[in-house]
Design a binder for this molecule. Structure first.
Ligand code: NAD
Ligand code: TDX
Length: 332
């Protein structure tokens, strides 16, 4: 039985990956998660006790990390401070977790010779013009814009250095924007869905022309498992599912799918330094490792996600009021 250590497994994408591993492998999964405001044990309910262990702890604490890494065959590192807006108001936790936390994990996998997969984001590449025919590839130069994306870029570079200098057996993936169940209500799609469900109007930053390249969290999980099993050590793989949409269209679709007028939203203060467009070319992952996304009908995926938030109010409701209060204080 392969022993997998998943950091950040109580967060959005990490918890989706844990469910995916339990359903699609015989692995034993240990989650290491600090349970920050973004971590939620309810996202891990119902997992089989003989295949799943939860450890509460900080990835930047070597005394916690070392024994867990030593007991694992592979580490998949999701834990991060992940929200751009938070990074603009209080960057420090982003350095502590994204940089020092990653460093701590790298030192542990180096010491114990454990295979490591590093989860990162397309935001490390900066942004594209709306009409740029090119998309991000593994060769695009790093050019991050926000405290969040710069700390993710820094963590990626640490991984590359630990591969080259110390022979650590690591791979990196940079994925586009995820959507699906268990995403915190601070993020764009869940915020707008839960606004509609609580009788609030969706909030669009600026004109809403910014483009994000949406992928279902389940497709991200299948891509990561593919890389863990078939990826070449030292390589970076971009993960995307050809899902480019502008924010305004996404808000309009949420309103239409919930039976509301498509224009029943507010424009609010734009994000400082707001990246215009992300777009991923995932040819390398598809041709070299044979991966394919399964959830390419965005409207169907969004409708299913709306249904999930409707059915799981007990999961998101405790965070909603405090999250909105923070946004209102920022004029957003
Ligand atoms: P999230 O904020 O929902 O979850 C992060 C998890 O990490 C939480 O459970 C939190 O408690 C935990 N955590 C935070 N600091 C920790 C620490 N110091 N020690 C241990 N645990 C800690 O984030 P997410 O959206 O699921 O993102 C997961 C990963 O995927 C991140 O590395 C992020 O950069 C990357 N990513 C996210 C997206 C996206 O669209 N959300 C896209 C590409 C890449
Ligand atoms: O209320 C909102 N209104 C709005 O218009 C919010 C919360 C966001 N937006 C816009 C900003 C972005 O253009 O929607 C877009 C998506 O915003 P976020 O959900 O905050 O995501 P983004 O900043 O694109 O980053 C996400 O994808 C890449 C994740 O949060 C990152 O962790 C990941 O690396």
């Amino acid at each position: 039985m392969r022993k997998v250590l998943v950091t950040g497994g109580a967060g959005f994408i990490g918890s989706n990956f844990v469910h995916y591993l339990i359903e699609n492998t015989d692995d034993h999964v240990t989650v290491l998660d600090k349970l920050t405001y973004a971590g939620n044990l309810a996202s891990l309910e119902g997992l089989p006790e003989d295949r799943f262990t939860f450890v509460k702890g900080d990835i930047a604490d070597a005394s916690v990390v070392e024994p867990l890494v030593a007991a694992s065959d592979v580490v998949v590192h999701y834990a991060a401070e992940s929200h751009n807006d938070n990074s603009l108001h209080d960057p420090r936790p982003f350095l502590d977790t994204n940089i020092i936390g990653t460093f701590t994990l790298l030192e542990a996998v180096r010491k114990h010779g454990v295979r490591y997969h590093h989860i990162s984001t397309d935001e490390v590449y900066g942004d594209l013009e709306l009409d740029d025919p090119q998309r991000f590839t593994e060769h695009t130069p790093y050019n991050p814009s926000s405290p969040y994306s710069s700390t993710k870029a820094g963590s990626d570079l640490l991984v590359r250095a630990w591969v080259r200098s110390f022979g650590v057996r690591a791979t990196i993936s940079n994925c586009s924007n995820n959507y699906g169940p268990y995403q915190h209500v601070e993020k764009f799609i869940p915020r707008q869905i839960t606004n509609v469900l609580t009788g609030e109007r969706p909030k669009l930053y600026g004109a809403g022309l910014n483009v994000r390249d949406w992928i279902h969290a389940n497709d991200h999980s299948s891509a990561v498992l593919t890389i863990v099993e078939k990826g070449v050590i030292g390589e970076t793989y971009l993960i995307g599912a050809d899902g480019e949409k502008d924010n305004k269209s996404v808000v309009e679709l949420i309103l239409t799918l919930t039976g509301n007028p498509a224009d029943a939203y507010d424009h609010v203060v734009d994000r400082a330094g707001h990246d215009l467009r992300y777009a991923i070319d995932s040819t390398k992952l598809r041709t070299e490792l044979g991966w394919q996304p399964r959830y390419q009908d965005f409207e169907a995926g969004l409708a299913a996600t709306i249904d999930w938030y409707r059915a799981n109010e007990a999961w998101w409701q405790p965070q909603k009021a405090a999250t909105e209060a923070k946004y209102v204080a920022q004029g957003q």
